[in-house]
Design a binder for this molecule. Structure first.
Ligand code: HEC
Length: 110
């Protein structure tokens, strides 16, 4: 009986941690690569745009982080590049789950 409850607890823990580790890093990077995002962004150094690490830090603990970035990468807001206003690149996908995965990956950059 004791063994059975230990097993049940272990299974419960496994499903919980899997739910939190749902970001598919490979898929996220593949999509960002396809969308030319790495031309202006790197994970840990500043290029024309801020590093993803910096973005993750800026949004750490903010409840609306995912929404804000989702809009940022899908609506093409104006950003400043070399002193000129330019429309920010849009992500090359219309699949909400795929885009959310990429945003979650950016927010988990460290
Ligand atoms: C031509 C250069 C360029 C490309 C290409 C580019 N970005 Fe950016 N990105 C920028 C700049 C510049 C900023 C800073 C905007 C600001 O802070 O006003 C930025 C900001 C961001 C931010 C932070 C937004 C915020 O609210 O702080 C994210 C996230 C981001 N970009 C993701 C992406 C993704 C995803 C792609 C690919 C679809 C991409 N970028 C492609 C230049 C670029």
């Amino acid at each position: 009986m004791k063994l059975l409850s230990t097993l049940l607890v272990a299974c419960g823990l496994m499903t919980t941690s899997m739910a939190y580790a749902a970001v598919d890093a490979d898929a996220a990077q593949a999509l960002l690569k396809k969308s030319d995002c790495f031309k202006c962004h790197a994970v840990d150094k500043k290029k024309d745009g801020p590093s993803y690490k910096e973005v993750a830090k800026k949004y750490a603990g903010k409840a609306d982080a995912e929404d804000k970035l989702y809009k940022h990468v899908t609506t093409g807001p104006m950003v400043e590049l070399d002193g000129k206003k330019e429309e920010h690149k849009k992500i090359k996908s219309t699949d909400a789950a795929e885009i959310k995965n990429a945003v979650a990956w950016i927010l988990s950059a460290k």
